[in-house]
Design a protein around this ligand. Structure first.
Ligand code: ZN
Length: 298
């Protein structure tokens, strides 16, 4: 594995830009598993387990609660603990440290908003399925979105017996409906200005580095994922200088067409990132300036 990590480090150091794709597997490596009835869920949501039979974050996020007060009790507890009160994990800090010297863009279906606390800028990250740290009108009367930190922390603090006091339920300033977490819960999400603008940023990034040394780092994306993985594989196929590096535990998929420019890392992502960060590439003793790009010398 050591040679593999060194090779990856070398690719990153020689990159003009880095494109990151991330999905559930990255969250799970951090200990945030939306599918599991694990220790964390049982410790934090035992009341919701017994009252409603909810056995995972995913079930709770889409559960039809009997009242908006109960819905926000679940959501504000989850979001306050997972998005606002946790320190960035070592894994996310390692990821940022590894790529921070290069122009970088992130596409992710993860909604817990852990890239920004680790050091990435808002402009660099495209949450393709929304993020829990943002709210919008539940009646979809408009496309406005709101940063929800204050509302969430206030509700989480006041929550009692699985209910948030009614007067704390945040409401849409335009129509007065309760707001909801800004997830991609219908096709409308993908038609909003916010989504379309981010998609444009993603396309602009790809266009900017066409023909350059683009390193694609993909973390924890299932082999059948069409939103993140398929476009990244297609991009690799169409970009002769791109390198595709996919990290996933027990599920590495690399099509034959791009296998000569791809690397699969089958194992724990936290450990892999740490090892890559501390490994020294073959270039370690050479000057820090990157070598001239072949297209610059033509
Ligand atoms: Zn509204």
């Amino acid at each position: 594995m050591k040679e593999l990590y060194q090779k990856i480090k070398e690719h990153i150091e020689n990159a003009d830009a880095i494109l990151i794709g991330a999905s559930n597997g990255l969250s799970i490596s951090e200990g945030y598993n939306i599918f599991a009835d694990d220790n964390w869920f049982q410790e934090n949501f035992s009341d919701f387990r017994s009252s409603y039979g909810i056995h995972s974050i995913l079930e709770g996020s889409f559960y039809h609660f009997p009242s908006v007060e109960a819905k926000w009790a679940f959501s504000s507890r989850l979001i306050s603990r997972k998005c606002y009160q946790e320190e960035p994990s070592q894994m996310m800090k390692d990821l940022h440290a590894l790529v921070s010297s290069r122009d970088c863009f992130v596409v992710t279906s993860n909604t817990e908003d852990h890239f920004i606390p680790a050091g990435f800028s808002r402009e660099q990250v495209f949450e393709m399925e929304g993020r829990m740290t943002q709210s919008r009108c539940a009646s979809d009367c408009c496309e406005d979105v709101y940063e929800n930190r204050e509302d969430i922390l206030r509700m989480a603090k006041a929550e009692k017996n699985g209910l948030v006091p009614s007067e704390l339920i945040p409401r849409c300033p335009r129509c007065g409906s309760p707001v909801t977490v800004n997830f991609a819960d219908s096709q409308l999400f993908f038609q909003t200005r916010q989504f379309q603008n981010k998609m444009q940023d993603y396309q602009n990034f790809v266009r900017k580095y066409r023909g350059k040394n683009l390193v694609i780092l993909e973390f924890g994306v299932g082999w059948r994922n069409r939103m993140i993985k398929e476009p990244l594989m297609q991009l690799t196929a169409s970009e002769p200088n791109a390198v595709y590096i996919t990290f996933n535990k027990g599920e590495i998929y690399i099509p034959n067409e791009i296998s000569d420019r791809s690397i699969g890392v089958d194992g724990d992502i936290t450990e892999a990132l740490r090892e890559i960060l501390i490994s020294s590439s073959e270039n370690c003793c050479r000057p820090q300036t990157p070598p001239p790009h072949p297209s610059d010398t033509l």
